[in-house]
Design a protein around this ligand. Sequence first.
Ligand code: GTP
Ligand code: MG
Length: 373
Amino acid sequence: ELPMTVRTLSEAMGRPANQIIGTLMKQGVMVRINDALTEELALEVAMELGVELEIKRERDLEDELAAMLSDEYDEGAELEPRPCIVTILGHVDHGKTTMVDKLRSASVAAGEAGGITQHIAAYQVDHGDHRITFVDTPGHAAFGEMRARGANVTDIVVLVVAADDGVMPQTEECISHAKAAGVPIIVALNKMDLEGIDDQKILQQLATRELLPSEWGGDTEVIRTSGETGAGLDELLDTINITSELQELQTNPDRDAVGVCLEAFRDEGRGVISWLIVQKGTLEVGDVILCGSAHGRIRSMFDEHDNEIEAAGPSTPVKVTGLDKVPETGSHFFVLDEIEEAREVAEKRGHTGRSAYLAATARRPQTLEDILD
Ligand code: GTP
Ligand code: MG
C-alpha cells in the first residue's frame, strides 16, 4: 500500500500542489511534492483550503471475518437456544466408539443403524427436551488441533475412563486439553460391566488430577457407564443436559453462518466433501463460503444420515460439497456475499503462507507441550 503524498493529495483534492505546500509551510511544515503525508496533516490541509476530504482505507476482509466471530456482531439480535456440543475424549480402547455407537443407535431407527457410514465426525441425539451434538474426533489430537487454531467448538467434554484400566497417559492429556479450553468435564467411568472393578481407586486417581468427584464433595460428575450394555447412558445424557442448561447456550440463527471444519477429504465422485459444524447463523445450499484457504458455493448438503438437506442451523453438523479444495481441519468457515470476496481471501491466504503455517501446525503431531507453547 502506497502512502499518501503531496502529489496524490493534490490530485484527490483537485488543487495545485503548490497550494498544499504553501498551506503546510504556514503551519511550519516543510514538504516537497513527493513527500508522504499523515492522514492528520492531509485532513488539516483540506480543512484549511475548504475541501471536504474523506480518506478511504482498503477494506481488510480478514478483519471483517474476525468481526463475524465476535459477540458484538450479534448485538441487538434475537438469540435462541442452541444444542450443546459435546466432545468425547479418552485413552485408546477405553470405549469411546462403543459408547457413541450405543448412544446413537438408541436414537435412530433400528433399520438405519446398520447402514450408517463408518466414519462419522459428528451426530445429534435427542434426550428429554434437548438435542445434543456429539463430536466424534479421532481423539485428543484432533481436539488439540482445533484448539491450536482457536476453533474450539466444544461446550462440554465427556472423559471416558475404563474402570479396569484407570487414568492413563492419554487420559491425562485429555484432562489438560479440556482444562485449557475451560470447558466442563463429565467423567464416564466406563466398562462397569466387567468383574472385579475397584471404582474407588479410580475416583482417587481422578481426585489427584483436580477432578474431585461430586460423591466426594467435589464438583466433577462421575457417571458409571457401560457402552457394552448401555447401563448409565441415560444418566450420562441427563447430566449433559443439566450441565448445558447452566451454560445457557444461545446464539443468533438468522445471520450469515460461521462455524468450523471438522474434517474434509476428496471423494472420487462428489469432489471435496467437508464436515462442517455451524456455530452461528444458518448455512444454506447456494451460500458462498470461505473455509481456510478453500472457497466455493455450497452445491449440496447432507445430514449425518446422508439425507440431502437445504439448510442447517446452529450446532448442526453437516457434510457439504462445493469447495474448490480440501480445507484445513479445524479452520473456520464464513458465509460471504460475493464469491469474488471469498476467492480473494482464499488466494491471499494460500499465497501469504498463513494457511500453510496453519496446515503445518496441524500436521505436526500434537502433544500437550505444543498446546501449551
Ligand atoms: P480408540 O478409538 O482406539 O481410542 O478406542 P475406543 O475408546 O473408541 O474404544 P472402543 O469403543 O473401540 O472399545 C475398545 C474395546 O473395549 C472393544 O473391544 C470394546 O468391545 C470394549 N468395550 C468398550 N466398551 C466396553 C464396555 O462398556 N464394557 C466392556 N466389557 N467392554 C467394552
Ligand atoms: Mg474409537
